[in-house]
Design a protein around this ligand. Structure first.
Ligand SMILES: C[S@@+](CC[C@H](N)C(=O)[O-])C[C@H]1O[C@@H](n2cnc3c(N)ncnc32)[C@H](O)[C@@H]1O
Length: 267
């Protein structure tokens, strides 16, 4: 599947702003990407692969923990992620490389290349690579995956006027979600540790601008690719303002899950 349109193309500062909005409005105060790497042997991870790496948010917690000279290979379909990913790899203390590729079901690396693979909010775009991840990991290597739950962002869907059964996110979570991810991974790893990450984002009437920024950023992930946009931006703003006024707060569902997978079983 091709990557969805990236709102950051028109506003490069947006990803940091969104990450900050999510962090400040989250009920769960733990950084999920940091929690994902807990107990993973990162000090022995000489070769690291980040699939759907984006701007490298998932490799930030590696800073100061990986061996000197570790390599970090990011793969992503969006060329605009190259510069920020390489900067994140350097900040993490690794030697970064960025491969701009649309991922489907093949990985171009030899067997047993990597010690650690990371797929943070990305495997649902290309679940067909899971067997390949098991092939390119070394026998002692691990895959760390982070994903959404099937009900994530239900309230945002309502604000956008998208029926859940038509949402792009629901099509994606059918591929790989908090609910179905472990079963898909157990076919290719002997040990799959599930770490639920319960969370919700709360917005109050003074937070309308931040809520609308989040709606604008997440819309490409939620609105069906075909069939147009059910509500105009002005209508969306009106619905969000009304909801905040009438209920006093808007709670956005954002339960996620982490899977730490060991014992890769190449086919
Ligand atoms: C939600 S972002 C996650 C980025 C990063 N892993 C993080 O945790 O912040 C998903 C990323 O997957 C990339 N992507 C989506 N579909 C892809 C595909 N088929 N092939 C390669 N990259 C893809 C997008 O370009 C985007 O950078």
């Amino acid at each position: 599947m091709e990557p969805p349109p990236d709102p950051a193309s028109t506003d490069p500062a947006l990803p940091e702003r969104i990450s900050d909005i999510i962090r400040r409005h989250s009920g769960n105060r733990v950084d999920i990407r940091r929690a994902a790497l807990e107990g993973v042997a990162v000090a022995r991870a000489h070769r690291i692969l980040d699939l759907g790496c984006g701007r490298g948010f998932a490799i930030r917690p590696l800073q100061g923990l990986i061996p000197p000279e570790a390599t970090i290979t990011g793969v992503d379909g969006n060329p605009e992620n190259r510069v920020p990913f390489l900067a994140a790899a350097a900040a993490a203390g690794g030697r970064g490389s960025f491969l701009c590729r649309p991922l489907r079901s093949r990985l171009e690396f030899p067997d047993r290349t990597f010690d650690l693979a990371i797929a943070s909010y990305s495997l649902y775009f290309f679940p067909g690579v899971i067997p390949e991840v098991a092939r390119v990991l070394r026998p002692g290597g691990s895959l760390v995956a982070i994903t959404h739950s099937e009900a994530a962002f239900s309230t945002l869907l309502w604000v956008l006027g998208v029926p859940p059964e038509r949402s792009a996110l629901q099509a994606l979570t059918r591929n790989f979600s908090a609910e179905n991810g472990a079963a898909a991974l157990r076919e290719h790893f002997t040990e799959v540790e599930e770490r639920p990450y319960p969370n919700a984002l709360t917005f109050r009437p003074g937070d309308v601008a931040e809520l609308l920024t989040l709606v604008r950023d997440k819309a490409p992930l939620l609105v069906p690719r075909e069939g147009g946009h059910p509500r105009t931006p002005a209508e969306i703003e009106e619905v969000a303002r009304d909801l905040l006024r009438s209920t006093g707060e808007v709670v956005i569902e954002k339960d996620d899950a982490i899977f730490v997978c060991r014992g890769p079983q190449p086919r």
